[in-house]
Write a protein that binds this ligand. Structure first.
Ligand code: EPZ
Length: 429
C-alpha cells in the first residue's frame, strides 16, 4: 500500500485540465453491453474504477481495446458470460450498472449484490423493483442477483428515492424493452443526461433525461456509436475548493461550468472571486481567509454530496462557524475525525457537522476511508503547516486521474511513497 506525504503551507496556483467524468464513464461503458457492435468512448479518465470495469468485461468475454489518447473501443459481441462475480463487484459498487444492460440484451444476468461501502448501506432494491416492474424474474441466492426475462416490457415506475445508478440501470434496460417505459422521480444528475446522449447515438429513443421524468421507447436492437464523456464536475469542484482552502488561485480548463453551479455559488459565498468562461472556471482566493458557509447536500441540481468532504476543509479554516449537513448518505463524515487530528474544531449534531474555523490546521498522519474523504485530507494537508501523511490512498486512485501530478503542477509539495516509509523522512520536491 502507499501513502501521500505532503509538506503543507503552499497556496496552490495555476491551471489544470479536467478529466472525463468517472460517474459518466462507468454507465457509458455499461451501455456497450446493450450492443453486438462496438461502442467507442472518448475522454475516458485513467482511473482504477475504469481498470476494474475492464477486468470485469474481460471476465465476461467482452473485448475492450485501448485506442490512442485514452479512448476505449468496447465490443460486447464476443461476450461469453453475462455475469459479475463478487470478487470483482465488491471492489466497485458501480458494477451493478451491468445488470440492466445484460438482462435486456441477453435475457439473463447473474450479478453479485454490491454490498455496502464506507459511506452507507447503498441498497439496490430500487434497481431490482424497477426491473421486476418491466417483467423480470429476480431471485437473490447466496448474495447473487439472478435475473431472468424473456424480453423486458415497458412499464411506468416511480422510484422511492432519487438514485443515480438506479435511474441509469433502468434507463438502459428500457432501451431494449417492448414498449414505452416512464421513470418517475428519476435522478437529474448531468451524468444521467450524458448517458442518455450516448444511448440516443446508439439508436435509443429517450425524452426527459436530466429531468425527474424520463420516457424511453424500447427498440428491437441498438447500433454501434461513438460518444465523448463529459468533464468531471466533481474533480473540477475539488480543485476549485483547494484554491479556497490554500488561499490560492486555480483555473480548471476543459470543463463545463454549467455542471457545478451549486458548488461555485458556495465557493463565491466564501468570499473568493469566481470567474467562468465557456469551458473553464477560475477561483482566486489569494491572501484571503474564507468566510464561514452553510451547506446541505441533496440530489442535483442542489449541492452535491460528493463535494461535502471537500467543503469541510474550507469550513475548518474559515472565519466563523459553518454547518455542513449530509442529507443523502447515512455515514459520510469519516473525514471529520481525521480533520480533528489536524486541529479542526468539529461538533457533530445528528447529520450536521458544526465546524468552528481555526486560523491554521497542522499536519498529522491521517487515514483515508472513502474516495471523497481521502481527497479532502490531501487538500487539508496542503493547506496545513507541517507534514501530513495520508494513508490508504488507493481510495483516491479510484476517482482522481494523476492526482499528485496535477497537484504538483499547481505547486503542491506531495510525494507518493510506500506505506512503510518512516515518518519524518525528508519530503524532497
Ligand atoms: C451515485 O451513486 C454516484 N456514483 C455517487 O458517487 C454519488 O455520491 C451518488 O450517486 C449521489 O449523488 C456513481 O454514479 C457511480 P445510491 P448511486 O447508492 O447512484 C438510496 C463518488 O464518490 N437508494 O443510489 O449508486 C440510497 O440509500 C460516488 O463518485 C435506495 O434506497 O447512489 C441513498 O440514500 C460515491 N435504494 C440514495 O438512494 C436503491 O436501490 C442514493 O444512493 C438505490 C439507492
Amino acid at each position: 500500500m502507499e501513502l501521500f506525504r505532503i509538506e503543507g503551507g503552499t497556496p496552490l496556483g495555476g491551471e489544470i485540465r479536467a478529466s472525463g467524468a468517472k460517474n459518466a464513464t462507468l454507465p457509458v461503458m455499461a451501455a456497450a453491453l446493450l450492443l453486438d457492435e462496438t461502442l467507442t468512448i472518448d475522454n475516458v479518465p485513467h482511473l482504477e474504477d475504469v481498470t476494474t470495469t475492464n477486468v470485469l468485461f474481460a471476465h465476461m468475454g467482452v473485448t475492450v481495446t485501448m485506442l490512442d489518447n485514452m479512448a476505449l473501443a468496447v465490443d460486447a459481441s464476443t461476450i461469453t458470460r453475462p455475469e459479475a462475480p463478487y470478487e470483482l463487484v465488491k471492489t466497485m459498487r458501480a458494477s451493478i450498472l451491468v445488470l440492466g444492460p445484460l438482462l435486456a440484451r441477453h435475457g439473463y444476468a447473474d450479478v453479485s449484490l454490491p454490498g455496502g461501502c464506507a459511506i452507507g448501506t447503498r441498497p439496490v432494491d430500487i434497481h431490482l423493483a424497477g426491473l421486476e416492474a418491466m417483467g423480470a424474474e429476480i431471485k437473490v441466492e447466496q448474495g447473487t442477483i439472478k435475473a431472468r426475462a424473456h424480453r423486458l416490457v415497458g412499464a411506468r415506475f416511480a422510484m422511492e428515492s432519487v438514485t443515480v445508478t438506479g435511474t441509469e440501470n433502468l434507463m438502459m434496460a428500457a432501451t431494449l424493452a417492448d414498449g414505452v417505459t416512464v421513470l418517475e422521480n428519476a435522478a437529474c444528475e448531468p451524468e444521467v443526461a450524458d448517458l442518455a446522449r450516448c444511448l440516443t447515438a446508439m439508436g435509443a429513443e429517450i425524452e426527459g433525461a436530466g429531468t425527474s421524468t424520463i420516457r424511453i421507447r424500447g427498440q428491437s436492437r441498438l447500433t454501434g456509436a461513438r460518444h465523448r464523456v463529459q468533464p468531471d464536475r466533481i474533480e473540477t469542484g475539488t480543485f476549485l475548493t483547494a484554491a479556497v482552502a490554500t488561499r490560492g488561485d486555480i483555473t480548471v480548463a476543459h470543463t463545463d461550468p454549467r455542471l457545478l453551479e451549486a458548488t461555485t455559488e458556495k465557493l463565491a459565498a466564501t468570499g473568493a472571486r469566481v470567474d467562468a468562461g465557456n469551458d473553464w472556471l477560475r477561483v482566486d482566493a489569494t491572501g484571503m481567509r474564507p468566510q464561514a458557509i452553510n451547506v446541505r447536500t441533496a440530489p442535483y441540481p442542489r449541492f452535491a454530496t460528493d463535494m461535502q468532504a471537500q467543503f469541510c476543509v474550507i469550513a475548518a479554516i474559515a472565519d466563523g462557524v459553518s454547518t455542513i449537513t449530509e442529507a443523502v448518505f447515512e455515514n459520510r463524515f469519516m473525514h471529520a475525525a481525521e480533520l480533528e487530528r489536524m486541529g479542526a474544531l468539529i461538533r457533530p449534531e445528528g447529520n450536521t457537522l458544526v465546524i468552528t474555523g481555526q486560523p491554521q490546521l497542522t499536519g498529522a498522519p491521517v487515514m483515508a476511508t472513502d474516495l471523497r474523504a481521502s481527497i479532502s485530507l490531501v487538500i487539508a494537508g496542503i493547506a496545513a503547516s507541517g507534514t501530513t501523511d495520508v494513508r490508504r490512498i488507493y481510495h483516491i486512485d479510484r476517482g482522481y486521474e494523476c492526482i499528485e501530478e496535477k497537484l504538483a503542477q499547481l505547486g503542491a509539495n506531495i510525494q507518493r511513497l510506500p506505506d512503510s516509509t518512516p515518518i519524518g523522512s525528508a519530503v524532497t520536491s
